[in-house]
Design a protein around this ligand. Sequence first.
Ligand SMILES: [Zn+2]
Length: 275
Amino acid sequence: MKVKFYAIAAFILCSDMAAPAQQSFLDGEAVFKNDEVVFHQIDEHTWVGTGNLVYNESLYLVEGTEKAVLIDAGTRIKDLDKIVATITKKPIMLVATHVHNDHTGSAVDRFPEIYINPGDKDYIPQVMPRYKGNIKFLTDGEEIDLGGRKLEVVFTPGHTPGSTTFIDKNAAYGFSGDSFGSGNLLLSMDFSTLIATCERMSTIMENYGIKFLFPGHYYGNNAETKQRVDDMITLSKDVISGKVKGEKKSNGMMGLNLVITDYGVNINYSEKSIK
Ligand SMILES: [Zn+2]
């Protein structure tokens, strides 16, 4: 399946943004909608669900000929298993981009198993206290075969130790959760880890022609691009070298009390991340 990602002739130049405008996948008619989640179609076999309890927390349903993968489960969506079964008839495998509770909230209780990156396993008692199903671990570099469609698992630590990106090389896009921040990264690890993650992802995007990564909080125009990933490398190196200094904030989420803003992205971090 080949999909055109950028609206034709959508080269609208804003003063601070020279990149072509992204096609929003949230504008069309919903395939499912209730008070807790709205699903829109991305292409023939791919959908994005948007929850509204935190900040547009995103779920992605990716279908092959044999099975489907649900990437993340939102915060608290009642009957999520039944909802996704109205969109795809294939058996559904639940995977998480990381285990923060706006991605692995109580809806995971409806699924018999969940696949996560083992880097996040220490957070499980905190974020999934009532989960009775099987917790299974993903492997870096493995391919999830959906039948006629594959997702490559790429570990992308930084936001959390177990942050993960799923790449669909044929579709030329991926799903990165909060790994690159949707424009506002919360960095719980250090900048060196983030640089390694971004360098690896930049190479993957270049080598496979990946146009963009659907983020964990998708607003229709904030998919991650290779340019953004590259800009985050530059910004991270500038913080480590001391060339730029973050501003203090008093109410930082996750205890991150510094923020640096440049190239149109924010990176929120703490003193201990500067290495
Ligand atoms: Zn998160």
